[in-house]
Design a protein. Structure first.
Length: 225
């Protein structure tokens, strides 16, 4: 069922208020970044990265990966509508659907976007968890397109933690924020055993990147633009 005109208006208002606040907050962050060149290395090879992250670490990434046309899956409900509008303001594309509704259609759109030269991003434990458990969608997407998964983790030294299922972290103003980008992960197919093997590998990699990002919080600063 589609959204009403009132719901669309509310989504527009929410995005109009939230976007400048989030953008302003993110511009205060003091970044420490490792592995950033891996994104460009993937694109230089003629392919596009499929960014993989935990659902609870979305916010700071909106700023860092802004303006690149990265396609993100968002739900088709009211919450997905205002989230999509914020994503568009940051220069992201959206594929509408979720693992519980319209997921196959959204995955098909993301596959088309990748083949058309647009990168993608996946919250691998979204949209409703369980938290910190990689779901197979990102593996299917990589295995069916030949584009590699590029895992990353963002950690901050000071943040608010929401009481949501994913324990979302919002770095506080002027927080130190560490971004650790892992090696690209090539998925050689979509057979059941391949999907499970690489699902575990992505899970282990994200946990290792979390440890690395935490270590990096005492490293050198990189200015954010």
């Amino acid at each position: 069922m589609g959204l009403s005109a009132w719901q669309r208006l509310k989504a527009t208002l929410i995005a109009g208020v939230a976007y400048p606040l989030i953008a302003l907050l993110c511009r205060t962050y003091r970044w420490r970044i490792e592995g950033e060149a891996r994104y460009d290395e993937v694109t230089a090879s003629g392919r596009r990265p499929i960014l993989a992250l935990w659902h609870g670490r979305i916010l700071a990434g909106l700023h860092h990966f802004k303006g690149r046309g990265v396609v993100v899956m968002t739900s088709r409900n009211f919450d997905g509508e205002w989230i999509a509008r914020i994503l568009h303001k940051f220069g992201f594309g959206t594929a509408r659907g979720s693992t519980s509704r319209g997921g196959a259609r959204a995955l098909a759109q993301m596959r088309r976007d990748l083949l058309a030269g647009r990168p993608a991003a996946f919250t691998v434990d979204g949209p409703r968890g369980p938290a910190r458990v990689v779901q197979p969608g990102v593996i299917f997407l990589a295995g069916s397109t030949g584009h590699p998964i590029l895992p990353y983790h963002i950690e901050s030294d000071r943040h608010w933690t929401l009481g949501s299922w994913d324990r979302t972290q919002i770095p506080k103003p002027f927080a130190r924020v560490a971004l650790a980008v892992g090696e690209p992960i090539e998925v050689p197919g979509t057979e059941d055993d391949v999907v499970e093997t690489y699902r575990v590998r992505v899970d282990e990699t994200l946990r290792a990147l979390e440890r690395r990002a935490t270590e990096m919080l005492n490293g050198p600063l990189k200015a954010s633009s």
